[in-house]
Design a protein around this ligand. Sequence first.
Ligand SMILES: [Zn+2]
Ligand SMILES: [Zn+2]
Length: 382
Amino acid sequence: MADKRDYYEVLGVQKGASDDELKKAYRAMVKKYHPDLHPDDKEAEARMKEVNEAYDVLSDREKRAKYDQFGFAGVDPSYAAGQGGGGFGGFSSGGFSGGFDDIGDIFESFFGGGFTGQRQNPNSPRKGQDIKTSVQISFMEACKGTGIDIRVNRLERCSACSGTGAKAGSGAETCPDCRGTGNVRINQRTPLGVFQTTKTCDRCGGRGKIIRDPCPTCSGQGVVRRVLQKNVSIPQGIDDGQTLRITGEGDCGLNGGPNGDLIIRVSVRPDEMFEREGFDIYTEVPISYMQAALGDDITIPTIDGNVKYRIPAGTQNGDTFHLRGQGVPRLYRSGRGDHHATVRVMVPKNLTKKQQDLLRAFNDSLDDRNNPDKKKFSDWFK
Ligand SMILES: [Zn+2]
Ligand SMILES: [Zn+2]
C-alpha cells in the first residue's frame, strides 16, 4: 500500500475541490484511460482502477471526510476489517466505532440522541438503529437498474438467549437499586436548595435488569454483531446521491421494538459520453462540415445503443436534435426522459494546397445569403 497515490493527486484536483470539479476531473480521466481506448494496455487499466477508487472515495461525503482525517486507513476496508468488531470500512453505523465490550456502548446507541433529561424506561420497546451504507454504480447501471452485493455489520438479536442476555434456563432479575427503571434519583444540596436529579443506575448500567448467569454467545448483551451480506436491487432511473431505504434490515430492535432500516446511498459514476439532467440525457455528436451542409444519416449514441438519425441540410453547429422517450427510465414510474443530441461541426484542419483552393472556389460561389463575408453584420440578426 506504500506506493498508493493520494486520491486528490490521482484525480488532479485540489483538496477542497467541489463535487462539480470532481465530476469534471473524473470525466477527463475516464476519457484518457478508458479501456475501450486502450485495449490490452495494462498501464491504462491500472490507472483506470486507481481513478475509479479515488472517485469512489472522494465523491462520497462520509468516505471523503474519513480519508481527509485518516488517509487510506480511514477508507480501506481491508485495513478496517482487521480492527475487530468495529470494522466498518466506508460504512457508518450510528456512531459505533469500537468493539462492544461495554454494555453502555450498546445502550448509548439505542438511546442515542433524543434524550433530554430523564431516560425512558429501559424495558420499553425501542426501535433499532438505521444502518447507512453507500454503493457506487456506473451511469449505465443507474439507467438500466442493477443488483449489487452489500456487506454491512449489524446488530442482531442473539438467538441463543432470545435476546434476554441470560443463559438458557436462567433469567434476568429486576435491578433492586433502580427497581427496573434504569435510573436512580439523587439529591443534590446546593446553596439554592436541594435539587433532585436522575442518573443512570450504576448497578445495572441503565438496563434495569441484572443478569447473574450471562448468555455465553452474546456475553449477556442480548444482541450479537453479524455481517449481513445481501444482494440489493437498484431500480432503474436512480440518480447520483439518491438513497434507498430497506425497512427492517438495520440493527435489531430492543425489547420487542422494530428493527431499524438499512439506508443505501447510491452514487453514480459520470459517463464519458452521456450527461444526465433529471431523466434527460445530453450527448454531443461530431459531424463533418459536409454532413451539416447537405444533411445526412448520422449515428447518435444512446443508452440503448447507436441510433440512426437523419439531420437536415443546412444543420448548424450547436443544433440539438431530440429523441423523445429515449432518455433515462423514470424512477418508480413508467415512461422515460428524452435524449438530446447536440451536433458539433468539425472544421477540417491541415488542408492541402489543392483543398484550400477548392474551398476558396466554393466560398466564392456562395451568394450573399450564405456568406458572412458578403453580408452586412446587422443582417444576421434579422
Ligand atoms: Zn445471548
Ligand atoms: Zn439498576
